[in-house]
Design a binder for this molecule. Structure first.
Ligand code: HMG
Ligand code: MG
Length: 306
């Protein structure tokens, strides 16, 4: 077993977590969430997305949020871009507000590709090629997300070969990192490992991460399965916020609090202060008038109250 001694978590709560919220969350609240996450020790935060506001109205304040963040030199700030228009919008700001990293997102099923970005998988890769080129020549790191890598709400089963093929295409256009995403949270450990293995045929271990939604309660088991493969980078969402607007019924990403509790319990370092992280989750959950969707946060908050 090549279990990592340290793990890097990317909190995607401000983006994946909030993109599905019906009521508009003010930019100041999103900015405060980012500040609290970096205070808690997160070293990468997925802040927003430069997608069409007709498709995802919640992210329409992308530029305002990017401009409002007080940056730390040791934290990376990433944003989603679906096309050149999105990248150009992100780069139209003064340089100090540019993202450090952009995320292009393709799907491992044709049906999901059409629903999420209104084009085929091949068209999406063609669309990303100039995005990758422009971002990299501007010194911006490019991460790719492979959606529905272990199950699709429209197609059902997704074979690992389909995941490997998207990874191959992403690598060919210069995408530097592959995030394997269980968009609907349908995956179980062995299936997730097969999707990872298919991706690892094209990307090094250091350039692969897991992005698990927790709809079926499998995300922590899937994380442990990937830790056993040596994978040391994961996306998660503060307070378990979120869901994808084009994956009906899918709940949020696995809660960052739950992953941190798991990792620390296994003696794996994250650099994250769990108490401060819980406070960040309480902050955004209070705003949304709900309880944090994290078992570890709930348990530790109950303990605090007692
Ligand atoms: P389309 O309608 O085919 O594109 O959408 P279009 O080029 O015909 O443009 C339509 C309109 O949108 C035009 O405006 C464009 O200017 C505008 P109009 O002329 O009608 O006034 N537009 C834009 N505006 C702002 N920023 C842009 C942009 N692009 C076009 N970047 C498109 C295609 C890709 C734009 C659309 O489908 C889209 O924005 N999709 C994004 C969907 C999305 O954000 N999904 C959630 C994020 S992905 C996710 O959550 C999965 C992930 O977490 C991993 C996982 O869990 O699987 C990453
Ligand atoms: Mg997601």
């Amino acid at each position: 077993m090549n279990m990592p001694a340290k793990v890097k978590l990317v909190d995607v709560g401000p983006r994946d977590g909030l993109q599905n919220e019906k009521g508009q969350v003010p930019a100041e609240v999103k900015i405060e969430l980012v500040h609290r996450l970096q205070d808690a020790g997160l070293k990468e935060i997925e802040v927003t997305s430069f997608v069409s506001p007709k498709w995802v109205p919640q992210m329409a304040d992308n530029a305002q949020v990017m401009a409002g963040i007080e940056r730390r030199p040791d934290v990376r700030y990433s944003v989603l871009v679906p096309n050149l228009k999105g990248l150009e919008a992100a780069l139209s700001a003064p340089r100090e507000h540019w993202p450090d990293e952009v995320v292009v997102f393709a799907a491992a099923s044709e049906a999901f590709s059409q629903r999420n970005i209104n084009c085929s998988i091949a068209e999406s890769i063609e669309r990303f090629a100039p995005v990758v080129e422009k971002a990299r020549s501007a010194g911006i790191y490019v991460r790719g997300a492979i959606s529905v890598a272990v199950g699709c709400p429209y197609q059902g089963e997704v074979p690992p070969e389909a995941v490997g093929e998207v990874a191959r295409l992403m690598k060919a256009i210069g995408v530097q990192h592959a995030g394997v995403a269980d968009t609907v949270g349908m995956g179980t450990p062995r299936k997730v490992q097969r999707a990872m293995e298919a991706t690892l045929k094209h990307y090094d271990l250091a350039d692969v991460s897991g992005h698990f939604h927790d709809t079926y309660g499998q995300a922590l088991a899937n994380t442990v399965a990937c830790l056993e493969m040596g994978i040391w980078q994961y996306d998660s969402s503060s307070a378990g916020l979120g869901g994808c607007p084009y994956a009906k019924g899918a709940t949020g990403n696995v809660a960052t609090e739950d992953v941190v509790y798991l990792l620390h319990g296994m003696g794996i370092e994250t650099g994250i202060d769990l108490d401060k992280l819980i406070d960040a989750g309480v902050f955004i959950s209070d705003f949304l008038q709900r309880k944090p969707n994290s078992r570890a946060a709930t348990a530790l908050l109950n303990k605090r109250a007692a």
